[in-house]
Design a protein around this ligand. Structure first.
Ligand SMILES: [Zn+2]
Length: 321
């Protein structure tokens, strides 16, 4: 074993360290990224700078809003702002989010809540922006809307990974990958993604079950959804959520599509399922009303661009018949 260049106290509970090319010996961190010492790492993290040659453009966020020049109407929100456009904002330097699979990156500026927005700039709620950008398309990382979903997901994660979850020291950006690193204990934190299911349930009369969640706008009915629990398969999540929220049993649980949904950190996995038994009993906690609906007598539905609306439209078009 090579002699440690630098030793740091370590609790020895950081499996992520190996994945991040650290070397751990007897519970101590003794190497860094690709033979860099932590001392070097501390130095190099300060040298991360935006390479505008490989970045497509920039987003400016403040809280859960997108910040754009006032002269851009809602109907013309561009996929990115050019870097020149943010010069008059006097904002912090953009952070570069690398592209997926070696693709071009995204510049992001995360304005503090107290940052005074100049009068020539305005804020638009993110959910509204995504609906405008995605239109009728279920978004993916490669379609319009994908980059902003990635950018906002990473921005939130950076806001909430300021300190090491193990020893509480301030984290730093890793120099060679999208990760946060603790310079004291070496814990590495990657962006987290929480899988969640959403399912369209169809009965033998080809009706779909739509439910009103307490958090929805009044009158809107959508699909049953919920987060995957640790140690649970996605199919089990589908069956459990349906049983818990509306008291029904299902069969033929089938994956249909997915959608990144950073509110917060989710990856929505869309399924279809066939009703097999039980009578509708809403849980009263999340779901306050649910019914079987025919295609020609539908309630108000969720917005276009959401995976729920995509699944409902697929059913309307007869895809699951
Ligand atoms: Zn730490």
């Amino acid at each position: 074993m090579k002699k440690p260049e630098t030793q740091f106290p370590c609790r020895g509970q950081h499996p992520g360290l190996l994945a991040a090319k650290y070397v751990v010996y007897k519970g101590c961190l003794i190497g860094g990224f690709e033979a860099l010492s932590i001392k070097h790492l501390k130095h190099t993290h300060k040298e991360i700078r935006l390479n505008t040659d490989v970045v497509q453009g920039v987003y400016v966020f403040q809280g859960n809003t997108l910040v754009v020049p006032v002269h851009i109407p809602d109907s013309r929100i561009p996929e990115f702002l050019p870097f020149e456009a943010i010069q008059d904002l006097d904002a912090p330097k953009p952070f570069e989010i690398p592209g997926i699979g070696g693709g071009p990156g995204i510049g992001t500026v995360d304005l503090a809540p107290e940052f005074p927005l100049p009068p020539q700039w305005r804020k638009i709620p993110l959910r509204q922006v995504i609906a405008l950008m995605t239109g009728r398309t279920v978004v993916s990382s490669s379609s319009l809307g994908g980059p902003i979903l990635r950018a906002y997901h990473i921005i939130q994660w950076r806001r909430e990974s300021r300190f090491c979850g193990s020893c509480g020291s301030p984290n730093q950006d890793a120099p060679q990958e999208l990760a946060r690193v603790c310079p004291v204990c070496g814990r590495v934190e990657y962006p987290r993604i929480a899988p969640a299911i959403i399912v369209i349930i169809i009965n033998d009369q080809d009706q779909a079950l739509l439910a009103h969640n307490k958090q929805f706008v009044p009158g809107i009915y959508s699909l049953i959804a919920g987060f995957n629990e640790a140690g649970e398969t996605l199919e089990s999540t589908v069956a459990r959520e349906i049983q818990e929220e509306v008291g029904l049993s299902v069969r033929d649980i089938r994956y249909v599509t997915s959608q990144p949904w950073p509110f917060p950190y989710s990856l929505m996995l869309g399924f279809s399922a066939r009703y097999t038994g039980g009578s509708i009993q809403v849980d009263g906690v999340e779901i306050e009303d649910a019914h079987w609906f025919d295609r020609d007598r539908l309630p108000d539905l969720p917005g276009l661009g959401s995976v729920s609306r995509y699944l409902i439209n697929q059913w309307i078009n007869g895809t699951f018949s």
